[in-house]
Ligand binder design. Structure first.
Ligand SMILES: [Mn+2]
Length: 391
């Protein structure tokens, strides 16, 4: 374990519904899905915010009406891609190709270490880097809905579809011909649903690709953003691949270690290792997502605060923030794969007006540039809170 940095979260948690899928038919899968969707209304996974155009036969008809043009349509996840961004572009490109459309996954900026690790372990090819597109290029976006996170040139491109699990960004749902947006743990969960609805078989490589995205975005179903449907898809994919829960936990642990191995990286590279730009009411805002162990947190925050002016200049921002998961030793010594567990987050800020925003959400600063909350919030959960207070 790379002690300085990340630690797996709650790997020891029992996997809810773990055995539900074994030896059961797809019909049963969907009965279970319907039940869980019903339950989800009463959980954190409320579907109030979802934009779901189901992808059965209607979807095939919808696809025929899209303005595909004659060149290849590129499928991109967000910039500074994480595993879900890369793998959702790959799994969705496969789905589109299997339906007869000329689509290819690309990445708009350098991939992170976790993606490099899992693509090698699972043995799939990662998309080529293509940092900009020319006007009128046909695009499908996965795992993002903000222009600030798009490949360069996206504003002059033709966006045909958006498959996402975030709240609506400034690429408005109404402006995209086909949108499938569900507040679930991973974009790949949505794409799995679409394969099922369309009756398209999932080969082993694609199953690996989708599982990688789900493991990374939900941290093996442990994150608060995890929904019942994520667990169902996790169960279906691991069962198809013949992976035991223990082996999946080990894979997840190694992925997280790769993600958080800050060894040999400059501080600005660490800050940008999981980083996203946003446009909030006309302000250019950048938000990093990091984690560190509590015992060395203050020194780590000093280093991150020190590079925030450089991050601001480089990304042409007005405001820079980062949330840092506070990792503490796991009180349960039997959890060898979880030596650390999360205990709240630090939210650090830099730039004019940022102190007011951070304090409006998380209360008085602990020191200049630093606020803290006991809640384990994801960046996805913090963004709407910021949008509510930013002027
Ligand atoms: Mn994602």
């Amino acid at each position: 374990m790379n002690i300085g940095d990340k630690a797996p979260e709650n790997l020891g948690k029992p996997y809810k519904h773990r055995n539900m899928m074994n030896r059961k038919s797809l019909l049963n899968l969907w009965l279970v899905t319907l039940t869980i969707c019903g339950l989800a209304v009463f959980s954190a996974c409320s579907d109030d915010n979802n934009v779901v155009q189901k992808s059965g036969s209607d979807f095939r008809d919808t696809l025929k009406t899209l303005n595909w043009g004659t060149d290849t349509c590129f499928i991109y996840g967000h910039k500074t891609p994480d595993v879900d961004a890369v793998t959702s572009a790959l799994s969705y490109a496969k789905l589109m190709r299997s339906l007869g459309y000329n689509c290819k996954a690309k990445v708009s900026s350098k991939m992170n270490r976790e993606t490099a690790y899992i693509s090698q372990l699972f043995g799939f090819d990662v998309p080529e880097l293509k940092t900009s597109v020319v006007p009128q290029t046909r695009l499908i976006l996965t795992d993002h809905g903000d222009y600030a996170q798009c490949v360069d040139g996206a504003r002059e491109a033709i966006i045909l579809q958006k498959i996402d699990h975030h709240t609506e960004g400034d690429i408005h749902d109404a402006d995209v011909p086909y949108v499938r947006r569900e507040m679930v743990g991973s974009t790949n969960t949505i794409i799995y649903e679409m394969y099922q609805e369309l009756g398209v078989p999932i080969d082993r490589e694609t199953a690996h690709i989708m599982l990688a995205g789900i493991l990374s975005d939900t941290r093996n179903l442990s994150k608060s953003t995890t929904c019942g449907i994520d667990t169902i898809v996790w169960t279906a994919l691991t069962s198809q691949l013949g992976l035991s829960a223990d082996s999946v936990a080990k894979i997840n642990y190694a992925m997280q270690e790769a993600a958080s191995s800050y060894d040999g990286m400059k501080d600005i590279e660490i800050f940008e290792s999981d980083y996203k730009n946003y446009d909030m009411k006309g302000h250019r805002v950048g938000i990093g997502s990091l984690e560190y162990k509590q015992s060395e947190m203050n020194a780590f925050m000093d280093r991150m605060l020190a590079v925030m002016p450089e991050v601001m200049a480089k990304n042409n921002l007005e405001m820079v923030f980062a949330k840092i998961d506070n990792m503490v030793p796991n009180p349960d010594p039997t959890q060898a794969l979880s030596p650390y567990i999360q205990n709240g987050i630090y939210f650090i800020y830099y730039g004019e007006g940022t102190k007011e925003i951070a304090e409006a959400i998380f209360g008085t600063s602990q020191r200049e540039g630093v606020t803290y909350t006991k809640e384990d919030l994801s960046r996805k959960q913090i963004v709407p809170k910021m949008e509510a207070v930013i002027k």
